[in-house]
Design a protein around this ligand. Sequence first.
Ligand code: PEP
Length: 254
Amino acid sequence: MNPKRRPLIAGNWKMNHGGKTAVELASGVAKLTASFDKVDVVVCPPYTALAAVVGAVRGSRVEVGAQNVNPKPSGAYTGEISPPMLNDVGVSWVIIGHSERRQYYGETDGGVADKTRAAMEAGLRPIVCVGELLDERERGETLSVVKRQLNAFSSILADKPGFGAIAYEPVWAIGTGKNAGPAEAQEVHAMIRARLREISAALADQTRILYGGSLSPKNAKELLAAPDVDGGLIGGASLKAEDFARVAEEAQRG
Ligand code: PEP
């Protein structure tokens, strides 16, 4: 981490805790992170729990994000949720381009850019995800794949240095218990920051680049110590308030 950037720890609950247990989990996170004044904490529950979680964390340090958004403001798009709808429910963040959406729902680089633009226009803060597949890493294509994904939306960020965050999530590390090593993560984070610097120095200096992929209390310290890792996007370990708070505590310690 770099002291110039405030760390961000975000929890992606995926398709878990969509009902009553969401409030318990969110309240637990709010309680355990109440004294953490040097880190931003975001939880991203499923749509069905957003309103309840926004209520549960009101007055705490915890902010709430959605896991996806449709770029259109309204219309005949059955089953979809728009940026103004997320505004209505009190959500301030949204994850965009998660690898599970790219993999299972055909989300493209262009679609990720459309969602990022629409979310930002509505005042939401996107956490835009990038990351290579295992075979892409094995072929030595990691940096070129991530650069391609980044180039699809980076120009949208040009005059918006504080827009939100980018999450580097190697797909082979997500939910597998196999995290990238600090040096592997740092190499990609440094490339992302260098690319942002070509757009503007402010964008490069202010953008928080999160690491995601089996981040847990066990490996948080070493991963967060990498100079261009500014926090984490956490799946599995965000489903237990204690584990999630322990990662946030590492970020708080700096
Ligand atoms: C994720 O889904 O964004 C993620 C990083 O999951 P996990 O922490 O479980 O690997």
